[in-house]
Design a protein. Structure first.
Length: 104
């Protein structure tokens, strides 16, 4: 993050003491669990493009609930990293809706 111009000394406590538990593939964006007294167990999203100090979920259970409630929106809210293409053209498709019981 320092290489991208962030001043680490000005970051919130969870930035340096949190535990990374996941990331968006092929990005520098991470899911971090806070470990300090005030932030313990809260889930933060370390996004180098749009840094937000507040947690995205109060705990792991809430994070999973948000993901399961609307997977397409969850992915979109994280920065729209999930995209599909036909492999031939430059067109891309971004998931808008997840259909759990869609028929084929």
């Amino acid at each position: 993050m320092e290489a991208m111009g962030m001043d680490v000394d000005e970051m919130p406590g969870w930035f340096s003491s949190g535990v990374v538990v996941g990331r968006i593939p092929h990005s520098a964006n991470y899911f971090v669990i806070g470990t300090t007294d005030h932030e313990s167990g809260k889930i933060f999203y370390l996004d180098h493009d749009d840094f937000i100090e507040e947690p995205i979920a109060e705990d792991a259970e809430a994070l999973i609930a948000a993901l399961l409630a609307d997977p397409a929106q969850f992915l979109y809210d994280r920065g729209c990293y999930t995209r599909y293409s036909d492999g031939t053209t430059d067109r891309q498709w971004i998931p808008k809706q997840y259909l759990n019981e869609a028929s084929s």
